[in-house]
Ligand binder design. Structure first.
Ligand code: UDP
Ligand code: MG
Length: 335
């Protein structure tokens, strides 16, 4: 029987944890040949999320719930990494705790992997019903820019909800970058992926952790994580400005040789100075963005710290180790 491990990042999701478990149980009743394990990754929640997870664990069937509790709020991307890097299931899925990623899609995703030979199946939201217009507009622009400028191709509406084979999980975990833009990483590792479309669903409970500023920062960091073209772009921009200056110089010299008086111009000099100053500062800022990222990566800090966890693989390992110790002791006694 195949094990499907579900990685669920949770940040202040006290109202969703138990609802999530119940829905998953219902869905897996329809998949008799697969077993599920939910890995709740508590991303430093400040509410009763951890208590709720422990309650669910106590009430659940043995071996269906495990958890990792991070030492602080590291962000969804790090929480996903924590879950993936410790996963052991044959198949691994990543999905939100608020049930906005319909668990029913797992049935179709599993078929794609088992019967159609795909390596992973990802969910794509085809409607943005119930979402603010400005947010939709921002996200549309983001996809447009990132697809034209970076090496990766992001499908509009793509989410980080997907079911993957072990090989894909290993590839994702092997990408050790600290600032993780999961959607971009999914696109970058490649593999044979099937898109599964669904309509937007509202949260079952609680409220979203995102505001417009947060989303904007997320988009910018996603952009810088995968685009190096702006660096080359500024080289071309510099060349164009030099060329323009050269043409302008010729124009001024010819003008000066025709009329004996030199041109004066406070306004034109000010405009040019401000323009060039602005261009230079913008470019410096952009280079600074890349430098800051290099700095953070070079420090090589761990992506997360766990303060507490209950993982089946650890339990099996420590049981094996104990077994090993007992055997060793017996060997010593025999001698
Ligand atoms: N999340 C997290 N850490 C954070 C923010 C969010 O683990 O710092 C989780 C959250 O608990 C949820 C998922 O990421 O399971 C998606 O968050 P949310 O529903 O707030 O985002 P939205 O669906 O509005 O984009
Ligand atoms: Mg949500």
């Amino acid at each position: 029987m195949k094990t499907i491990e579900l990685i669920v990042p949770c940040y202040n999701e006290e109202t969703c944890v138990a609802l999530f478990y119940n829905r998953i149980k219902e869905v897996f009743a329809q998949i008799p040949d697969a077993r599920f394990v939910i890995t709740y990754v508590d991303d430093g929640s400040r509410d009763r999320t951890m208590e709720e997870i422990k309650k669910v664990l106590a009430a659940a069937e043995q071996g269906t719930v495990q958890y990792i509790s991070l030492s602080r709020n590291f962000g969804k991307e790090s929480a996903i990494y924590a879950g993936l890097s410790r996963s052991t299931g044959d198949y691994v899925a990543v999905l939100d705790a608020d049930l906005q990623h319909p668990p029913e899609l797992l049935i179709e995703m599993l078929d794609a992997l088992e019967k159609e030979g795909y390596d992973c199946a990802s969910a794509r939201r085809v409607s943005r019903k119930g979402e603010p217009v400005f947010r939709s507009l921002l996200s549309k622009t983001f996809y447009h820019v990132i697809n034209h400028i970076t090496v990766i191709d992001l499908v509009p509406g793509s989410t980080d909800y997907r079911l993957m084979k072990r090989s894909v999980v290993d590839a994702i975990v092997s990408m050790s970058e600290k600032e993780r833009f999961t959607k971009g990483i999914y696109a970058w590792v490649g593999f044979k992926n099937k898109w599964i479309e669904y309509e937007n669903v509202e949260r079952v409970a609680g409220k979203t952790k995102w505001n417009i500023l947060g989303l904007f920062k997320y988009a910018v960091s996603g952009f810088f994580a995968f685009a190096t073209t702006p660096l080359r772009g500024v080289v071309y921009l510099g060349m164009v400005i030099v060329l323009l200056a050269f043409l302008f110089a010729i124009y001024v010299f010819i003008g000066a040789s025709r009329t004996s008086s030199a041109r004066t111009g406070y306004a034109s000099i000010m405009i040019l100075m401000l323009f060039l100053g602005g261009v230079i500062i913008t470019i410096l800022g952009m280079i600074g963005e890349y430098m800051a990222r290099i700095y953070m990566e070079v420090k090589n800090r761990p992506i997360y710290f766990a303060r507490e966890m209950y993982m089946m693989s650890d339990i099996v390992h420590s049981a094996e180790e104990k077994q090993g110790e007992i055997c060793a002791e017996q060997d010593v006694k025999k001698e």
